[in-house]
Design a protein around this ligand. Structure first.
Ligand SMILES: C[S@@+](CC[C@H](N)C(=O)[O-])C[C@H]1O[C@@H](n2cnc3c(N)ncnc32)[C@H](O)[C@@H]1O
Length: 289
C-alpha cells in the first residue's frame, strides 16, 4: 500500500491520497471501518484497483472535485452520494445540521413527533439527518433541480429506507424566482430550515466551484443574495407555528444585515451562531420569546 500511496502523492496532497486509498480499499475489504484501519492494512492490492485509484488522483489534479470522482461525501453521520446536480455537502453546513438537531432534541424530547420544512433539498443532507435522528419526525422539502431530486431520493432510499415517503414529501419548485411559496400550503411547521443559494455577484468564489457546481445552487437567480431570507420572512406567519423556529445558513459577510432584517420583520428572538473559525454561519429565529 505504501507504494500506491507514494504514487498518489505525486498527484494529490496527503489527506486526499488517504481518502482515495480508503475509498478503493474499503470496496474490496469491508473490514476496513475507518482511516485508522488503513495503517494496519497489509493485504494485496489488485492491479485494477491501483489503476483506478491512480486515475482518480490524476483527474483530481486536473481540477475535478474529489467528491465527484468518488461519488460520495461523508456528512455528519452518513455517507451521501453526490454528483454535479447540486452542491457538494460542505463541512460548515454541519453547524446548521447540529443546531437543528439539538434544538429538536430539547424541544420534542417527550414525543419526538414534529413537522419540518426545508427549502433547497439538494443532495438531501439536512432533511435526511433530521429524519434519521427522529423517527417520529415528518417533513416537506422543495427543490428546483429534477436531477438533485433524483440524487436526494437515492440518498433517502439508502439511508432512511424505502418507506421514507410515508413521512417525507419532495415538492419540485416550479419557478426559480419563487421561494417558500411552494411550502406555504403545507404549513405551518414546527421547524423550518434552509441552506439557500446566497452568493452575491460581487463575492469572491473559487474558479473550481463555479466550474463544477450548479449556478442555481450558488446564486439566487434574481441576483439578490438576500432573496431567500426576505422571501421567508414575508411568508413566516403561514410557515411557522406560533412557537416555531427557523434556521438558515448565512454568508458571514452579510450576517448582521440578515439578522437586522429578521429583527425588523417581527422575529422577537433572533441570534447568530458562529462556525469553528468564529464567523457567523447560522441564524436561528423565532417569532415568540
Ligand atoms: C446551497 S444548495 C443546498 C443544498 C443542500 N441543502 C445542502 O445544504 O448541501 C441550494 C439548493 O437550493 C436549490 N434551489 C435553488 N433555487 C430554489 C428555489 N427557488 N426553490 C427551491 N430550491 C431551490 C438548488 O437547486 C440547490 O440544490
Amino acid at each position: 500500500m505504501q507504494d500506491l500511496r507514494q504514487q498518489l502523492l505525486k498527484w494529490v496532497p496527503d489527506h486526499e491520497a488517504t481518502l482515495i486509498l480508503f475509498h478503493f480499499l474499503r470496496k474490496k475489504n469491508p473490514s476496513l471501518k475507518n482511516f485508522a484501519d488503513l495503517q494496519l492494512f497489509s493485504g494485496e492490492i489488485a492491479n485494477d484497483t491501483k489503476a483506478a485509484a491512480l486515475l482518480v488522483a490524476q483527474e483530481r489534479a486536473a481540477g475535478i472535485p474529489l467528491q465527484h470522482l468518488l461519488g460520495t461525501q461523508f456528512f455528519l453521520n452518513h455517507d451521501y452520494q453526490v454528483d454535479a446536480s447540486t452542491l457538494i455537502p460542505r463541512p460548515e453546513t454541519e453547524i446548521l445540521a447540529t443546531h437543528i438537531i439539538e434544538h429538536a432534541r430539547r424541544r420534542f424530547q417527550s414525543t419526538r413527533s414534529f413537522r419540518f420544512a426545508e427549502l433547497g433539498l439538494g443532495s438531501g443532507i439536512l432533511s435526511i439527518e433530521l429524519l434519521s435522528a427522529f423517527p417520529g419526525a415528518s417533513g416537506v422539502a422543495s427543490e428546483l433541480s429534477f436531477t438533485a431530486i433524483a440524487l436526494a431520493e437515492k440518498n433517502l432510499n439508502s439511508i432512511i429506507g424505502n418507506s421514507w415517503s410515508s413521512r417525507f414529501l419532495i415538492l419540485p419548485a416550479a419557478d426559480p424566482l419563487q421561494g417558500f411559496e411552494a411550502l406555504v400550503s403545507r404549513g405551518p411547521f414546527d421547524v423550518v430550515f434552509s441552506n439557500p443559494p446566497y452568493v452575491a455577484i460581487t463575492d469572491e468564489i473559487e474558479e473550481q466551484v463555479l466550474k463544477h457546481e450548479p449556478v442555481t445552487a450558488l446564486y439566487p437567480l434574481n441576483r439578490d443574495p438576500n432573496f431567500f431570507y426576505e422571501n421567508f420572512t414575508r411568508h413566516a406567519a403561514s410557515l411557522l407555528t406560533p412557537s416555531g423556529v427557523a434556521f438558515f445558513e448565512i454568508p458571514h459577510e452579510r450576517a448582521h444585515e440578515i439578522l437586522k432584517h429578521f429583527q425588523v420583520s417581527g422575529f422577537a428572538e433572533s441570534r447568530l451562531i458562529d462556525d469553528l473559525t468564529g464567523r457567523p454561519r447560522v441564524i436561528e429565529a423565532r417569532r415568540q420569546k
